[in-house]
Design a protein. Structure first.
Length: 321
């Protein structure tokens, strides 16, 4: 019999009328939702001492308990590191940061240090008491912009529920290859690439992925877009833009370094050599977990992106007005 540890937590009152599996995913984000559902179905997770189905509706205040095998305990939190954070907003419940390019969100295999989580644990040591240090969503390593971090379990539960309900507003600026005409909405199936496991792909029968986009400006060989995520799948904007045959400038995974023929050699070189995907999470809006008002944050373009637009001929800082 494997060694186990008894875990008990109280369901937040804010989870009233929420599904059990969705709430467990928020309360125990160190485990996958699939694993939690498996434990529910096997009767290992109890709600007020009772076995419940994943779709069971909660009232809030219930006691959740289960015997967690030590052999599959969540990874211990990484060490705290003094890494500078660009803080856009902070109160007792949430922290909004402007993530720079090159900063990985979570430690991974062979990459235990120099991540956003390491930085957060140094800045606010109390985050070590929360699953995943309060992180509720992520940006790719080389995508810049806004992320919200919960500072309490109640705030984390609220933010995860808002993300699940697709009511968090996430708007991006994206510079893509070619001339996009107008805008539109792309709704596709989505999942892991069947052959290249590091990539995601548009897949028939996959999870739903919804992206709205709107043209902001045309430049030589490329277009600047406003992109609004309705869902938040891994690499979603990058995959959807590539699916439309307008991959992001600088995206070596889903795009191409080949640039449309340009008369200006300096522009062609700047677009070809841009070192990362030209994608910036510029606006983030969500319902504040305790106050109930809509909190909207904005982050200016990073210097490399802004300089590229200036070279292309832009004279103004893009906004979403």
């Amino acid at each position: 019999m494997p060694e186990t540890e008894l875990i008990t937590r109280t369901v937040p009152l804010e989870a009233c009328n929420a599904r059990l599996d969705v709430t467990l995913a928020a309360m125990f984000p160190e485990f996958s939702r699939a694993r939690l559902v498996q434990w529910l179905q096997e009767g290992h997770i109890l709600v007020d001492g009772n076995v419940c189905k994943p779709r069971f509706k909660l009232h809030g205040g219930e006691c959740v308990s289960f015997q967690r095998p030590v052999s599959i305990m969540a990874d211990t939190l990484p060490e705290a590191q003094d890494i500078a954070l660009d803080i856009v907003y902070e109160d007792d419940e949430v922290l909004v940061i402007n993530k720079p390019a090159g900063l990985v969100v979570h430690p991974g295999a062979g990459n235990p240090r120099d991540t956003l989580l390491n930085a957060l644990l140094h800045y606010a040591p109390a985050l070590s008491e929360l699953p995943r240090g309060g992180i509720v969503h992520r940006l790719d390593k080389d995508t810049t912009g806004l992320m919200v971090v919960a500072k309490t379990l109640e705030a984390q539960t609220s933010l995860v529920r808002q993300l699940e309900a697709r009511v968090v507003e996430r708007r991006y600026l994206a510079l893509v290859h070619g001339h996009v005409t107008g805008g539109g909405m792309l709704e596709t199936g989505y999942g892991r690439h069947p052959r290249q496991r590091l990539k995601m792909a548009v897949l028939q029968g996959g999870k739903v992925a919804i992206t709205h986009y709107r043209l902001r400006a045309h430049f030589p060989g490329c277009s600047l877009l406003d992109v609004h995520l309705k869902t938040g799948r891994t690499h979603q904007i990058r995959v959807h833009m590539s699916h439309l045959h307008h991959p992001l400038i600088g995206d070596s995974l889903y795009g191409s370094r080949r640039i449309a023929k340009l008369d200006d050699a300096s522009l062609r070189q700047a677009l070809t050599e841009f070192p990362r995907q030209a994608l910036h999470a510029a606006t983030l809006a969500f319902t504040h977990p305790t106050r109930g008002d809509i909190l909207t944050c904005e982050a200016p373009l990073p210097q490399d992106f802004a300089s590229l637009l200036e070279l292309l001929g832009s004279t103004d800082e893009p906004d979403f007005c």
